[in-house]
Design a protein around this ligand. Structure first.
Ligand SMILES: [Zn+2]
Length: 92
């Protein structure tokens, strides 16, 4: 039996002091984890796969998916006031 993989999104709150919004920690197809906004957005570039992981699309692929009516999500860093700090992974 395969060990259980945690590909399902984890619901959390952003720890950014000036943020505190609800986010999802998701697993990307690259194996990395990424905080994303829980609702799909027209500017998104993340496609949700059936197993719960998310695939990062290039600009062209995202545009194509959008035109096809797909829902796409985006990284929480985009709209988070604490984004730049989080992105650097600084622990103060
Ligand atoms: Zn945030």
């Amino acid at each position: 039996m395969p060990t259980q993989t945690s590909t399902q999104p984890i619901r959390k709150r952003c720890t950014g002091e000036r943020c505190g919004r609800e986010i999802l920690i998701v697993q990307l197809t690259t194996g990395n984890k990424m905080p994303i906004d829980p609702e799909p957005t027209p500017e998104g570039r993340l496609r949700r796969l059936e197993d719960g992981r998310y695939e990062v699309l290039g600009a062209a692929a995202a545009e194509k998916a959008r035109r096809a009516g797909e829902r796409l999500w985006q990284s929480h860093f985009v709209g988070c006031p604490q984004g730049p700090q989080l992105r650097k992974g600084r622990r103060s």
